[in-house]
Design a protein around this ligand. Sequence first.
Ligand SMILES: *Cc1c(COP(=O)(O)O)cnc(C)c1O
Length: 321
Amino acid sequence: MANSPAKTPLILSPTPLHRLDRLSADLGIDLWIKRDDLTGFAFGGNKGRKLEYLISEALKVGATVVVTCGSAQSNFVRQLGAACSMNGLRCAAVVMDLPYDAPAGKPSGAHPGGTGGNVLLDSLLGVDLRVIPDGDWDSLFVSTEDLAIELESAGETVYRIPVGGSSPLGAYAFYQAASELNVGPFDWIVCASSSGSTQTGLAYAFAGSATQVLGVACDPEPNIALDFAEIGRGLAPLIGASKFLEAEDYLLDFSAVGEGYGIVTDEGSHAIQLMARREGIFLDPVYTAKAFACLIRRAETRDIEGRVLFWHTGGTPALFA
Ligand SMILES: *Cc1c(COP(=O)(O)O)cnc(C)c1O
């Protein structure tokens, strides 16, 4: 397309795509994996793809500092910090150990985000990490905007990036990533879903095809599909799509969330062990463990069948948190 979004290269793509022979036999499906844990960029993960477009935009508008928010163990903040280091930008992030949804309240199993894992990597990268006491997502967004305004009044040019990099540009990255699948067609693509641009991009890429894109929610917020629809409305003009996907067009499974965002579940721990012991591949506790646990269950109950792609979205540094 003539005016497709500009990209600043960060990751090694295409990421590997291969079959999981042992788990295919165990689960009775033809199971493949897309290795976005192996982007070759800042310990990997799905955020590298989004950042190729977001950083390009930040540079275009002449930003001096990028401001975002998330959980303390945010994989996005880590990858954003690396992208900023490589492009001469400062990176500031307001984080809570475990942000929660106001109606659900703070989960009882919540534990501090600690100083290991992504927090350690953030400090190595020189990220200006502002840790504030736990509260809900809305209060996190307010504190983030306060920081952006403070930096602007100090003379900085601020580029704001929404949580998880989930803007239309983030979704555009995953719309493009779909073209890396040179094996297929798949009956199902399963990915972990939270801020939504991963699933939104893939859903647009496979809209109207026989491939079903299933997002496994890692966040108990029941209305996330409304946010996905909103991101999609921004994506559609970038890809020349004439039809919008509505909230009900997004296939989401909430059965693996457990007590809340970032709280490890028993079936998630089992999924981590199974993937490690059968295939020698590591999952993360916050996202991919829950997504893969859901995939296992649905394979057992025949709620997914045929050729299935598990999109590994990364996150493994959180294993060390
Ligand atoms: C952010 C993240 C996700 C969720 O992707 P979204 O685009 O925010 O829905 C899944 N897995 C990992 C490891 C992540 O860091």
